[in-house]
Design a protein around this ligand. Structure first.
Ligand code: MEV
Length: 430
Protein backbone atom coordinates (compact mmCIF):
# COMPACT_ATOMS: atom_id res chain seq x y z
CA UNK A 1 0.00 0.00 0.00
CA UNK A 2 2.99 2.25 -0.54
CA UNK A 3 1.07 4.67 -2.74
CA UNK A 4 -1.80 5.24 -0.38
CA UNK A 5 -1.62 8.19 1.95
CA UNK A 6 -4.17 8.77 4.68
CA UNK A 7 -7.11 10.06 2.64
CA UNK A 8 -9.81 12.48 3.60
CA UNK A 9 -13.36 11.61 2.63
CA UNK A 10 -14.44 15.25 3.00
CA UNK A 11 -14.38 16.74 -0.51
CA UNK A 12 -16.78 19.70 -0.44
CA UNK A 13 -18.11 20.72 -3.85
CA UNK A 14 -17.05 17.39 -5.41
CA UNK A 15 -20.42 16.89 -7.11
CA UNK A 16 -20.10 20.21 -8.92
CA UNK A 17 -16.78 19.32 -10.58
CA UNK A 18 -16.39 17.93 -14.07
CA UNK A 19 -15.72 14.23 -14.40
CA UNK A 20 -12.04 14.84 -15.13
CA UNK A 21 -11.69 17.19 -12.16
CA UNK A 22 -13.37 14.65 -9.88
CA UNK A 23 -10.92 11.96 -10.95
CA UNK A 24 -8.01 14.29 -10.35
CA UNK A 25 -9.28 15.28 -6.91
CA UNK A 26 -9.87 11.67 -5.99
CA UNK A 27 -6.36 10.78 -7.05
CA UNK A 28 -5.00 13.60 -4.93
CA UNK A 29 -7.19 12.68 -1.95
CA UNK A 30 -6.42 8.98 -2.02
CA UNK A 31 -2.88 9.24 -3.39
CA UNK A 32 -3.55 6.17 -5.51
CA UNK A 33 -1.08 5.33 -8.22
CA UNK A 34 -1.68 6.70 -11.71
CA UNK A 35 -1.86 3.19 -13.07
CA UNK A 36 -4.93 2.27 -11.09
CA UNK A 37 -6.79 5.41 -11.94
CA UNK A 38 -5.89 4.89 -15.56
CA UNK A 39 -7.64 1.53 -15.15
CA UNK A 40 -10.64 3.31 -13.69
CA UNK A 41 -10.75 5.96 -16.39
CA UNK A 42 -10.55 3.28 -19.06
CA UNK A 43 -13.94 2.08 -17.76
CA UNK A 44 -12.66 -1.15 -16.38
CA UNK A 45 -13.29 -4.58 -17.69
CA UNK A 46 -12.36 -5.30 -21.30
CA UNK A 47 -14.16 -7.89 -23.40
CA UNK A 48 -10.99 -9.98 -23.50
CA UNK A 49 -10.87 -10.34 -19.70
CA UNK A 50 -14.64 -10.82 -19.55
CA UNK A 51 -14.32 -13.71 -21.98
CA UNK A 52 -12.37 -15.62 -19.35
CA UNK A 53 -14.96 -14.97 -16.63
CA UNK A 54 -18.20 -16.46 -17.96
CA UNK A 55 -19.49 -18.37 -20.98
CA UNK A 56 -20.69 -17.12 -24.37
CA UNK A 57 -19.32 -13.62 -23.78
CA UNK A 58 -20.30 -11.01 -26.38
CA UNK A 59 -19.28 -7.87 -24.50
CA UNK A 60 -19.48 -6.13 -21.13
CA UNK A 61 -22.18 -4.15 -19.35
CA UNK A 62 -21.21 -0.95 -17.55
CA UNK A 63 -22.81 0.82 -14.57
CA UNK A 64 -22.13 4.32 -13.25
CA UNK A 65 -19.38 4.28 -10.61
CA UNK A 66 -19.71 7.04 -8.03
CA UNK A 67 -17.81 7.79 -4.84
CA UNK A 68 -19.62 8.33 -1.55
CA UNK A 69 -17.98 10.99 0.59
CA UNK A 70 -17.78 11.91 4.28
CA UNK A 71 -17.54 8.36 5.63
CA UNK A 72 -15.69 8.08 8.91
CA UNK A 73 -15.61 4.43 9.96
CA UNK A 74 -13.86 3.32 13.13
CA UNK A 75 -11.99 6.61 13.15
CA UNK A 76 -10.74 6.27 9.57
CA UNK A 77 -11.80 8.37 6.59
CA UNK A 78 -12.96 6.16 3.73
CA UNK A 79 -13.82 7.13 0.15
CA UNK A 80 -16.45 4.58 -0.85
CA UNK A 81 -16.89 3.46 -4.47
CA UNK A 82 -20.49 2.65 -5.42
CA UNK A 83 -21.61 1.02 -8.69
CA UNK A 84 -25.30 1.71 -9.16
CA UNK A 85 -27.74 2.99 -11.80
CA UNK A 86 -30.20 4.63 -9.36
CA UNK A 87 -30.00 8.40 -8.75
CA UNK A 88 -29.92 9.79 -5.18
CA UNK A 89 -28.21 6.74 -3.66
CA UNK A 90 -24.63 8.09 -3.67
CA UNK A 91 -25.82 11.57 -2.63
CA UNK A 92 -28.02 10.09 0.15
CA UNK A 93 -25.20 7.97 1.58
CA UNK A 94 -22.74 10.89 1.44
CA UNK A 95 -25.13 13.27 3.16
CA UNK A 96 -25.98 10.86 5.96
CA UNK A 97 -22.30 10.04 6.43
CA UNK A 98 -21.76 13.78 6.95
CA UNK A 99 -24.42 13.87 9.67
CA UNK A 100 -23.01 10.71 11.28
CA UNK A 101 -19.53 12.30 11.27
CA UNK A 102 -20.78 14.91 13.68
CA UNK A 103 -21.49 12.07 16.13
CA UNK A 104 -18.11 10.38 15.66
CA UNK A 105 -18.93 8.48 12.46
CA UNK A 106 -19.71 4.77 12.22
CA UNK A 107 -18.47 2.19 14.67
CA UNK A 108 -18.36 -1.15 12.93
CA UNK A 109 -17.39 -4.67 13.95
CA UNK A 110 -17.50 -8.09 12.39
CA UNK A 111 -17.47 -11.70 13.56
CA UNK A 112 -14.87 -14.23 12.39
CA UNK A 113 -15.11 -15.02 8.66
CA UNK A 114 -16.83 -18.39 9.09
CA UNK A 115 -18.97 -19.74 6.28
CA UNK A 116 -21.34 -22.70 6.51
CA UNK A 117 -21.15 -25.67 4.17
CA UNK A 118 -24.18 -27.96 4.08
CA UNK A 119 -24.12 -31.70 3.44
CA UNK A 120 -27.50 -33.40 3.04
CA UNK A 121 -27.58 -37.04 4.19
CA UNK A 122 -30.52 -39.20 3.06
CA UNK A 123 -31.71 -42.82 3.37
CA UNK A 124 -31.10 -43.08 7.12
CA UNK A 125 -33.43 -45.44 9.01
CA UNK A 126 -32.60 -43.80 12.37
CA UNK A 127 -31.61 -40.13 12.00
CA UNK A 128 -30.86 -39.67 15.70
CA UNK A 129 -28.48 -42.64 15.76
CA UNK A 130 -26.72 -41.44 12.59
CA UNK A 131 -26.44 -37.97 14.05
CA UNK A 132 -24.65 -39.35 17.11
CA UNK A 133 -22.33 -41.43 14.92
CA UNK A 134 -21.31 -38.34 12.99
CA UNK A 135 -20.73 -36.36 16.18
CA UNK A 136 -18.58 -39.22 17.50
CA UNK A 137 -16.39 -38.76 14.39
CA UNK A 138 -16.38 -34.96 14.56
CA UNK A 139 -12.63 -34.56 15.13
CA UNK A 140 -11.70 -36.92 12.32
CA UNK A 141 -14.11 -35.18 9.90
CA UNK A 142 -12.84 -31.75 10.91
CA UNK A 143 -9.22 -32.82 10.40
CA UNK A 144 -10.05 -34.07 6.92
CA UNK A 145 -11.90 -30.85 5.98
CA UNK A 146 -9.05 -28.83 7.44
CA UNK A 147 -6.50 -30.45 5.12
CA UNK A 148 -8.39 -29.52 1.94
CA UNK A 149 -6.88 -26.06 1.43
CA UNK A 150 -3.28 -25.78 2.70
CA UNK A 151 -3.00 -22.17 1.48
CA UNK A 152 -6.04 -21.10 3.49
CA UNK A 153 -4.77 -23.08 6.45
CA UNK A 154 -1.41 -21.35 6.19
CA UNK A 155 -3.21 -18.03 6.43
CA UNK A 156 -4.98 -19.11 9.63
CA UNK A 157 -8.23 -20.38 8.10
CA UNK A 158 -9.72 -23.86 7.93
CA UNK A 159 -12.38 -26.08 9.45
CA UNK A 160 -13.72 -24.76 12.75
CA UNK A 161 -16.70 -26.84 13.75
CA UNK A 162 -19.13 -29.49 12.66
CA UNK A 163 -22.82 -29.46 13.60
CA UNK A 164 -25.41 -32.06 12.70
CA UNK A 165 -29.02 -30.95 12.31
CA UNK A 166 -32.04 -33.22 12.06
CA UNK A 167 -34.67 -32.09 9.57
CA UNK A 168 -37.70 -33.88 10.99
CA UNK A 169 -40.36 -32.83 8.54
CA UNK A 170 -39.83 -32.49 4.79
CA UNK A 171 -41.66 -33.71 1.66
CA UNK A 172 -39.33 -36.74 1.63
CA UNK A 173 -39.41 -37.39 5.40
CA UNK A 174 -36.62 -36.97 7.95
CA UNK A 175 -32.97 -36.53 7.01
CA UNK A 176 -29.72 -35.09 8.37
CA UNK A 177 -27.81 -31.96 7.44
CA UNK A 178 -24.17 -31.64 8.41
CA UNK A 179 -23.01 -28.04 8.83
CA UNK A 180 -19.32 -27.54 8.31
CA UNK A 181 -18.17 -24.21 9.73
CA UNK A 182 -15.16 -23.04 7.78
CA UNK A 183 -12.97 -19.99 8.39
CA UNK A 184 -12.31 -18.57 4.93
CA UNK A 185 -10.19 -15.57 6.04
CA UNK A 186 -10.20 -12.93 3.27
CA UNK A 187 -12.00 -14.98 0.61
CA UNK A 188 -15.71 -15.01 -0.08
CA UNK A 189 -15.19 -18.70 0.55
CA UNK A 190 -17.62 -20.53 -1.73
CA UNK A 191 -14.89 -22.53 -3.48
CA UNK A 192 -13.07 -23.57 -0.33
CA UNK A 193 -16.28 -24.58 1.44
CA UNK A 194 -17.77 -26.45 -1.51
CA UNK A 195 -14.52 -28.36 -2.00
CA UNK A 196 -14.39 -29.29 1.69
CA UNK A 197 -18.02 -30.48 1.63
CA UNK A 198 -17.40 -32.62 -1.42
CA UNK A 199 -14.30 -34.09 0.25
CA UNK A 200 -16.23 -35.10 3.39
CA UNK A 201 -19.10 -36.77 1.54
CA UNK A 202 -17.65 -40.31 1.11
CA UNK A 203 -16.53 -40.42 4.76
CA UNK A 204 -19.98 -39.31 5.93
CA UNK A 205 -21.60 -42.05 3.84
CA UNK A 206 -19.20 -44.62 5.30
CA UNK A 207 -19.93 -43.52 8.88
CA UNK A 208 -23.74 -43.41 8.55
CA UNK A 209 -24.46 -45.93 5.81
CA UNK A 210 -26.63 -43.20 4.27
CA UNK A 211 -26.45 -41.38 0.96
CA UNK A 212 -25.01 -37.88 0.66
CA UNK A 213 -26.98 -35.73 -1.73
CA UNK A 214 -26.25 -31.95 -1.82
CA UNK A 215 -22.87 -30.53 -0.79
CA UNK A 216 -22.96 -26.77 -1.00
CA UNK A 217 -22.34 -23.51 0.84
CA UNK A 218 -25.25 -21.77 2.60
CA UNK A 219 -25.80 -18.12 1.76
CA UNK A 220 -27.39 -17.60 5.16
CA UNK A 221 -23.93 -16.73 6.47
CA UNK A 222 -25.03 -16.09 10.05
CA UNK A 223 -21.58 -16.92 11.41
CA UNK A 224 -20.11 -14.12 9.32
CA UNK A 225 -21.91 -11.02 10.50
CA UNK A 226 -20.99 -7.36 10.23
CA UNK A 227 -22.46 -4.66 12.44
CA UNK A 228 -22.40 -0.89 12.26
CA UNK A 229 -23.72 1.76 14.66
CA UNK A 230 -23.97 5.52 14.51
CA UNK A 231 -25.23 8.36 16.65
CA UNK A 232 -26.58 11.49 14.99
CA UNK A 233 -26.68 14.56 17.25
CA UNK A 234 -30.33 15.62 17.15
CA UNK A 235 -29.47 19.18 16.13
CA UNK A 236 -27.76 17.87 12.99
CA UNK A 237 -31.07 16.44 11.83
CA UNK A 238 -32.84 19.79 11.63
CA UNK A 239 -33.43 21.24 8.18
CA UNK A 240 -35.89 23.63 6.54
CA UNK A 241 -39.03 23.73 8.65
CA UNK A 242 -38.21 20.43 10.35
CA UNK A 243 -36.76 20.57 13.87
CA UNK A 244 -34.23 17.81 14.67
CA UNK A 245 -36.57 16.14 17.18
CA UNK A 246 -39.28 15.83 14.56
CA UNK A 247 -36.91 14.29 12.02
CA UNK A 248 -35.56 11.87 14.66
CA UNK A 249 -39.02 10.78 15.76
CA UNK A 250 -40.13 10.48 12.15
CA UNK A 251 -37.23 8.11 11.42
CA UNK A 252 -38.08 6.00 14.47
CA UNK A 253 -41.77 5.85 13.48
CA UNK A 254 -40.81 4.83 9.93
CA UNK A 255 -38.56 2.09 11.31
CA UNK A 256 -41.37 0.82 13.57
CA UNK A 257 -43.51 0.37 10.44
CA UNK A 258 -40.83 -1.92 8.94
CA UNK A 259 -40.44 -3.85 12.21
CA UNK A 260 -44.15 -4.62 12.33
CA UNK A 261 -45.05 -5.11 8.67
CA UNK A 262 -43.33 -7.34 6.11
CA UNK A 263 -44.65 -5.35 3.14
CA UNK A 264 -42.86 -2.29 4.46
CA UNK A 265 -39.86 -4.32 5.71
CA UNK A 266 -39.16 -5.54 2.15
CA UNK A 267 -38.89 -1.94 0.89
CA UNK A 268 -37.04 -0.73 3.99
CA UNK A 269 -34.45 -3.49 3.53
CA UNK A 270 -34.29 -2.76 -0.21
CA UNK A 271 -33.19 0.75 0.72
CA UNK A 272 -30.40 -0.74 2.87
CA UNK A 273 -29.40 -2.98 -0.04
CA UNK A 274 -29.19 0.05 -2.36
CA UNK A 275 -26.08 1.02 -0.41
CA UNK A 276 -24.82 -2.48 0.33
CA UNK A 277 -25.07 -3.84 -3.22
CA UNK A 278 -23.48 -0.76 -4.78
CA UNK A 279 -20.25 -1.35 -2.81
CA UNK A 280 -20.46 -5.12 -3.19
CA UNK A 281 -20.66 -4.69 -6.99
CA UNK A 282 -17.92 -2.05 -7.08
CA UNK A 283 -15.59 -4.51 -5.37
CA UNK A 284 -16.42 -7.41 -7.70
CA UNK A 285 -18.23 -9.41 -5.03
CA UNK A 286 -21.29 -11.64 -5.44
CA UNK A 287 -24.27 -9.41 -4.70
CA UNK A 288 -26.80 -12.24 -5.17
CA UNK A 289 -25.14 -14.05 -2.28
CA UNK A 290 -25.35 -10.92 -0.13
CA UNK A 291 -29.00 -10.34 -1.09
CA UNK A 292 -29.94 -13.94 -0.31
CA UNK A 293 -28.17 -13.82 3.06
CA UNK A 294 -29.68 -10.45 3.98
CA UNK A 295 -33.29 -11.43 3.38
CA UNK A 296 -32.96 -14.89 4.96
CA UNK A 297 -31.37 -13.21 8.00
CA UNK A 298 -34.20 -10.66 8.12
CA UNK A 299 -36.62 -13.61 8.44
CA UNK A 300 -34.53 -15.57 10.97
CA UNK A 301 -37.18 -15.31 13.71
CA UNK A 302 -39.74 -16.88 11.36
CA UNK A 303 -41.16 -13.43 10.59
CA UNK A 304 -39.59 -11.15 7.98
CA UNK A 305 -38.66 -7.81 9.56
CA UNK A 306 -36.30 -4.80 9.46
CA UNK A 307 -32.58 -5.48 9.30
CA UNK A 308 -31.82 -2.18 11.05
CA UNK A 309 -32.77 -0.66 14.41
CA UNK A 310 -33.42 3.04 15.19
CA UNK A 311 -33.98 4.70 18.56
CA UNK A 312 -32.75 7.57 20.70
CA UNK A 313 -30.19 7.79 23.46
CA UNK A 314 -30.49 9.47 26.87
CA UNK A 315 -29.50 12.83 25.33
CA UNK A 316 -32.18 12.57 22.66
CA UNK A 317 -29.75 11.82 19.82
CA UNK A 318 -30.75 9.46 17.05
CA UNK A 319 -29.04 6.07 17.32
CA UNK A 320 -29.02 3.50 14.54
CA UNK A 321 -27.56 0.05 14.03
CA UNK A 322 -27.47 -2.57 11.34
CA UNK A 323 -26.35 -6.18 11.60
CA UNK A 324 -26.38 -8.58 8.67
CA UNK A 325 -24.42 -11.43 7.06
CA UNK A 326 -21.58 -10.09 4.93
CA UNK A 327 -19.83 -12.77 2.90
CA UNK A 328 -17.46 -10.63 0.88
CA UNK A 329 -13.87 -11.31 -0.10
CA UNK A 330 -10.85 -9.34 -1.21
CA UNK A 331 -9.00 -12.26 -2.77
CA UNK A 332 -10.09 -14.56 -5.57
CA UNK A 333 -12.87 -14.31 -8.11
CA UNK A 334 -13.72 -11.02 -9.80
CA UNK A 335 -12.14 -9.03 -6.95
CA UNK A 336 -8.76 -9.86 -8.47
CA UNK A 337 -9.72 -10.03 -12.15
CA UNK A 338 -11.81 -6.90 -12.59
CA UNK A 339 -9.58 -3.80 -12.78
CA UNK A 340 -12.23 -1.57 -11.24
CA UNK A 341 -12.76 -3.98 -8.37
CA UNK A 342 -9.04 -3.83 -7.65
CA UNK A 343 -9.06 -0.04 -7.86
CA UNK A 344 -12.10 0.10 -5.54
CA UNK A 345 -10.34 -1.95 -2.89
CA UNK A 346 -7.28 0.29 -3.17
CA UNK A 347 -9.39 3.44 -2.95
CA UNK A 348 -10.87 2.26 0.35
CA UNK A 349 -7.48 1.11 1.58
CA UNK A 350 -8.95 -2.14 2.91
CA UNK A 351 -6.49 -4.79 4.02
CA UNK A 352 -8.95 -7.50 5.09
CA UNK A 353 -12.35 -8.81 4.07
CA UNK A 354 -13.57 -7.95 7.58
CA UNK A 355 -12.73 -4.29 7.01
CA UNK A 356 -14.59 -4.33 3.70
CA UNK A 357 -17.61 -5.92 5.40
CA UNK A 358 -17.58 -3.16 8.04
CA UNK A 359 -17.54 -0.45 5.39
CA UNK A 360 -20.38 -2.07 3.45
CA UNK A 361 -22.65 -2.43 6.46
CA UNK A 362 -21.97 1.22 7.39
CA UNK A 363 -23.00 2.32 3.91
CA UNK A 364 -26.17 0.21 4.25
CA UNK A 365 -26.99 1.98 7.52
CA UNK A 366 -26.35 5.43 6.01
CA UNK A 367 -28.53 4.56 3.03
CA UNK A 368 -31.34 3.39 5.28
CA UNK A 369 -31.17 6.64 7.23
CA UNK A 370 -31.23 8.66 4.00
CA UNK A 371 -34.40 6.91 2.83
CA UNK A 372 -36.18 7.13 6.20
CA UNK A 373 -35.28 10.81 6.62
CA UNK A 374 -36.60 11.68 3.17
CA UNK A 375 -39.72 9.52 3.48
CA UNK A 376 -40.64 10.87 6.90
CA UNK A 377 -40.15 14.54 5.98
CA UNK A 378 -40.43 15.98 2.48
CA UNK A 379 -40.99 12.65 0.67
CA UNK A 380 -38.64 10.79 -1.63
CA UNK A 381 -39.46 12.58 -4.87
CA UNK A 382 -37.87 15.91 -4.00
CA UNK A 383 -34.36 14.43 -3.76
CA UNK A 384 -34.91 12.41 -6.91
CA UNK A 385 -36.22 15.53 -8.62
CA UNK A 386 -33.08 17.60 -7.98
CA UNK A 387 -30.94 15.05 -9.81
CA UNK A 388 -33.53 14.59 -12.50
CA UNK A 389 -33.72 18.39 -12.86
CA UNK A 390 -29.98 18.55 -13.55
CA UNK A 391 -30.40 16.04 -16.35
CA UNK A 392 -33.33 18.04 -17.77
CA UNK A 393 -31.31 21.27 -17.53
CA UNK A 394 -28.44 19.66 -19.46
CA UNK A 395 -30.87 18.33 -22.07
CA UNK A 396 -32.18 21.90 -22.49
CA UNK A 397 -28.66 23.11 -23.23
CA UNK A 398 -27.42 24.33 -19.82
CA UNK A 399 -23.68 24.01 -19.17
CA UNK A 400 -21.34 24.76 -16.26
CA UNK A 401 -22.86 26.70 -13.35
CA UNK A 402 -26.09 27.14 -15.27
CA UNK A 403 -26.96 23.46 -14.79
CA UNK A 404 -27.39 23.89 -11.03
CA UNK A 405 -29.06 27.28 -11.38
CA UNK A 406 -31.68 26.07 -13.86
CA UNK A 407 -32.19 22.83 -11.93
CA UNK A 408 -32.66 24.65 -8.61
CA UNK A 409 -35.25 27.00 -10.10
CA UNK A 410 -37.24 24.14 -11.58
CA UNK A 411 -37.19 22.22 -8.29
CA UNK A 412 -38.31 25.33 -6.36
CA UNK A 413 -41.16 25.84 -8.78
CA UNK A 414 -41.93 22.13 -8.69
CA UNK A 415 -41.94 22.09 -12.50
CA UNK A 416 -39.22 19.87 -13.89
CA UNK A 417 -39.75 19.86 -17.64
CA UNK A 418 -37.55 20.56 -20.64
CA UNK A 419 -39.78 23.42 -21.91
CA UNK A 420 -39.48 25.15 -18.53
CA UNK A 421 -35.70 24.63 -18.51
CA UNK A 422 -35.48 26.20 -21.96
CA UNK A 423 -37.60 29.13 -20.81
CA UNK A 424 -35.40 29.70 -17.73
CA UNK A 425 -32.30 29.63 -19.92
CA UNK A 426 -33.97 32.16 -22.19
CA UNK A 427 -34.87 34.37 -19.21
CA UNK A 428 -31.25 34.20 -18.07
CA UNK A 429 -30.26 35.40 -21.54
CA UNK A 430 -28.48 32.13 -22.45
C1 MEV B 1 -35.79 3.14 -3.31
O1 MEV B 1 -34.80 2.56 -4.15
C2 MEV B 1 -35.53 2.77 -1.85
C3 MEV B 1 -36.61 3.25 -0.87
O2 MEV B 1 -37.89 2.77 -1.30
C4 MEV B 1 -36.24 2.68 0.49
C5 MEV B 1 -37.31 2.86 1.55
O3 MEV B 1 -38.51 2.99 1.22
O4 MEV B 1 -36.93 2.83 2.74
C6 MEV B 1 -36.69 4.73 -0.83
Amino acid sequence: MENIKEPTSRLPGFHRLTLEARRAQLMAAAGASGLEWADLAAAGLGAEAADHMIENVVGTFALPLGVALNFLINGRDVLVPMAIEEPSVVAGASFMAKLARAGGGFRATSSGPEMIGQIQVLDLPDVQKSRQELLDHRNELLAEADSVDPVLKGLGGGARNLEVRVIEASPIGAFLVVHLLYDVRDAMGANAVNTACERLAPRIEAITGGRVHLRILSNLADHRLATSRCTIPVKELAFGDFPGEKVRDGIIEAWAFAVADRYRAATHNKGIMNGVDAVVIATGNDWRAIEAGAHAFAARSGRYTSLSTWGKDASGNLVGSLEMPMAVGIVGGATKVHPMAKASLRLMGVQTAAELAQIIVSVGLAQNMAALRALSTEGIQRGHMSLHARQVAIAAGATGDLIDEVAARMVNENVVRIDRAEMILHELGK
